[in-house]
Design a protein. Structure first.
Ligand code: FES
Length: 117
């Protein structure tokens, strides 16, 4: 099965843009890991919803178009994230679809790892 590639750009608080590629079915956490994106502490719990280090901020348009809304577990974790916005989600819970090709997501300046506090 040849999975389609989609292009994802991570935008740091500094404005630096990091272009990556992911495959349909990957999570945004997979994209960070597979592309070796240098985001300190990102994805600390490896997608098990026990940290909030994979916090990403979406545009309103994309946020509203995401097929899966956040579960209560995700919302609980998001509550602990720094710089929480109305359009925040946890990257490990966002699964790539072809529709997300060209996606731009903002990486918050600070990462809060619950496991170390
Ligand atoms: Fe920990 Fe997403 S990687 S909640």
């Amino acid at each position: 099965l040849n999975k389609k590639e989609v292009e994802i750009t991570f935008v740091r608080a500094s404005g630096e843009r990091i272009k990556t590629k992911g495959k349909v079915g990957d999570s945004l956490l997979d994209v960070v890991v597979n592309n070796d994106v240098d985001l300190d502490g990102f994805g600390a719990c490896e997608g098990t919803l026990t940290c909030s280090t994979c916090h990403l901020i979406f545009s309103k348009k994309v946020f509203d178009s995401l097929p899966e809304k956040a579960t209560d577990e995700e919302l609980d974790m998001l509550d602990l994230a720094y710089e929480l916005k109305d359009t925040s989600r946890l990257g490990c819970q966002i699964i790539l679809s072809e529709k997300l090709d060209g996606l731009e997501v903002k990486v918050p300046a600070t990462i809060n790892d619950q496991r170390s506090s």
